[in-house]
Design a protein around this ligand. Structure first.
Ligand code: COA
Length: 175
């Protein structure tokens, strides 16, 4: 397979994802994460699903969420990014960086000041503007509310606004 070809980025919502594409997405996520069982989107419905394809083949996936959270005493909408996966044969070519730029552009259109993600390998996101969050983070996991500094939690400031080191209540799951 020639990984040097052209890539296309496709924006979708869950409601228009064809069953064939959905099967390809779930297979890619299973390849990337292994432990995913069943429907990746069952927990939360992303605002945008971003797919990267090469020659009609799915090689990358991002899910972009817009979440109303509480940051200290303030209610605001932020971007969340989950389901970050690049086909193993196409890694280390800057493709996840390309999808991150696309997600940030989407969040920028919505005037969202921050993008947050929960990284397995934080080093991969630094060059896209992310730094570790030191905020206590409240979120739901397995039906239980939890609160602690989430290791791997990272934030990117998308505009002028600085991210404060205060309680982040995700009001839902960490995607
Ligand atoms: C994490 C993942 C999405 C990265 O995708 P990718 O397209 O290979 O990443 P990129 O090529 O865009 O590289 C992003 C950054 O990571 C660095 N990087 C790439 N491959 C790397 C490697 N093998 N080891 C360490 N850093 C690496 C790049 O150098 C780049 O940083 P830079 O701009 O400072 O050079 C991909 O490895 C993957 O799908 N992994 C399995 C699923 C997963 O862990 N998802 C993330 C969950 S949070």
């Amino acid at each position: 397979m020639d990984p040097s070809g052209d890539y296309e980025i496709i924006h979708l919502t869950r409601s228009v994802l064809s069953s064939e594409t959905e099967r390809a997405v779930q297979a890619l996520l299973k390849q990337a994460f292994g432990d995913i069982d069943g429907d990746y989107y069952a927990g939360d419905n992303p605002e945008r699903i971003m797919l990267l394809s090469s020659g009609g083949r799915l090689v990358g996936h991002f899910a972009a969420y817009v979440r109303e959270v509480a940051l200290g005493g303030e209610e605001l909408a932020i971007g969340l990014i989950g389901g970050v996966a690049i086909d193993v044969r196409f890694r280390s070519q800057g493709l996840s960086k390309r999808l991150l730029r696309e997600a940030h552009a989407f969040f920028g259109e919505r005037a969202l000041p921050f993008s947050v993600l929960f990284a397995c390998e934080p080093a991969r996101y630094r060059s896209s503007g992310y730094r570790p969050m030191t905020n206590e983070t409240r979120f739901i996991e397995g039906g239980q509310w939890k609160q602690f500094v989430y290791r791997g939690g990272m934030v990117a400031e998308l505009g002028e606004r600085k991210w404060p080191d205060t309680l982040l209540d995700l009001r839902g799951r960490a995607v």
